[in-house]
Design a protein around this ligand. Structure first.
Ligand code: NAG
Length: 409
């Protein structure tokens, strides 16, 4: 596989520093038995041909002023008025969702760490009701799915099969949302957890995610020609590898370009020998990075998110040429080492390539599922924080909220 060229000397030094820091700071976390993956090399080792910065330098200045250690802190954000809607029939962590007009198809997810869902619930934005529950195929993964739609068919790639930190599957599925019939596509070459997935120029693109051990970032990128719910090819095609791998990124197509935003490298993995594949924590690095592919088929670097953000694969909508993202996870707390959730609503204006923080959610939440209908921004499900003063994750929720969306120019 093609890897971006790296300066070996400085890269080695950085790995040593990072390793020492890691052992000193998080001695209670088990490291993967192998040495840290080469993908833990910092971003600077990735050479890009083009860096696009917005015309005005304001955003850049703001970012550089923020100290790295503040990455876990809440950002100042306007208060929004949130209206509580009907709660989802079940709570969900790591669920998946696709909006098709007024219907919001919500799939899978953990009810709690030992229990996963294997069905779809549908929320109707027009009348504010949940209904139309139907089963997923029993071979379909229950979390860490990649999904995209053409407006009728939903294309679904692999993910984790079962609760805790169980193994992944490479199976792929198609749902016809009009007939509720399921069918399949050729399986991915290898399984992945939470790869970035999107339909672009008639091809289903799947990239990054975690490899089979749930922790090691994958860089591979594949695509498959699809039409009307069917594969037009027998095999996935290899595409340009993603700059850095890992799960839980947003992947958006707008103006015939493909964007990937945020995400992380590393994730919880099954405790060796555990009969229930019990999740144990591993080193994670969360990214604010934004990359874009266009006609050139070379990754271009765009201005980063206002803070590191992961677990946002279904937490975005595209409105008026802006990507709007709700919640997520950021860098772990420097003292408690606990996971820190985000409670902001972010806007990336694709006209100006400027990020802004346009509001606060009612609470911090990760893997929330986001929709937009008739001027309202909706979010449901995910794992929320312990409270206003404690940003670490606690309750898995099914609450549904909405607010009138006001975008910045
Ligand atoms: C999107 O643009 C339309 C047309 O300019 C405008 O009426 C609408 O308010 C905008 N939506 C949001 C959420 O800003």
């Amino acid at each position: 596989m093609v890897r971006p060229s790296v300066k070996l000397g400085s890269a080695k030094l950085v790995v040593i520093c990072v390793s020492l820091l890691g052992f000193a700071l998080i001695a209670d976390f088990l490291w993967a038995s192998s040495s840290p993956s080469s993908s833990y090399f910092p971003r600077s080792t990735f050479k890009t041909s083009t860096i696009i910065i917005p015309k005005e330098k304001e955003q850049k200045k703001k970012n550089s002023v923020r100290l790295l250690a503040d990455a876990y802190a809440d950002l100042p954000a306007p208060q929004l008025v949130w209206e509580k809607m009907k709660t989802s029939p079940v709570p969900r962590l790591d669920g998946a969702a696709i909006q098709i007009r007024n219907l919001f198809f919500v799939f899978a997810g953990y009810a709690d760490i030992n229990t996963v869902h294997s069905h779809v619930d549908i929320y109707n934005f027009d009348d504010g009701t949940w209904g139309g529950r139907f089963d997923m195929p029993k071979e379909m993964a229950h979390s860490h799915l990649g999904m995209a739609t053409d407006g009728r068919y939903i294309y679904i790639v692999n993910g984790q099969y079962g609760p805790q930190c169980r193994g992944p599957t490479s199976d792929t599925f198609v749902l016809d949302t009009e007939t509720k019939q399921w069918s399949g596509l050729p399986p991915l070459p290898v399984p992945r957890y939470a790869p970035a997935t999107q339909l672009w120029r008639g091809r289903l693109h799947v990239m990054g995610g975690s490899k089979e051990n749930r922790h090691t970032p994958g860089l591979e990128h594949w695509s498959l020609a699809v039409k009307n719910g069917k594969a037009l090819e027998k095999e996935w095609r290899s595409e340009i590898p993603i700059p850095h791998g890992g799960p839980h990124r947003a992947c958006v197509v707008a103006n015939d370009r493909l964007y990937v935003l945020g995400g992380q490298e590393g994730d919880f993995m099954a405790k060796p020998g555990s009969p229930i594949f019990k999740c144990s924590r591993r080193m994670e690095v969360v990214y604010p990075d934004v990359y874009m592919l266009d006609d050139e088929m070379k990754w271009k670097v765009l201005p980063p998110m206002p803070k590191q953000n992961s677990h946002i694969e279904f937490a975005w909508v595209l409105v008026n040429n802006s990507i709007v993202i709700a919640g997520g996870t950021t860098e772990k707390h420097p003292e408690t080492k606990k996971m820190v959730l985000n409670g902001e609503v972010f806007q990336f204006n694709l006209n100006t390539l400027k990020w802004s923080v346009i509001g606060k959610l009612p609470y911090r939440v990760k893997t929330t599922l986001v929709g937009f209908w008739n001027g309202w921004l909706y979010f449901t499900s995910g794992q929320r924080d312990k409270g206003p003063d404690d940003p670490s994750p606690k309750k898995v929720v099914g609450d549904m909220w909405r607010t009138k969306l006001k975008l910045n120019e």
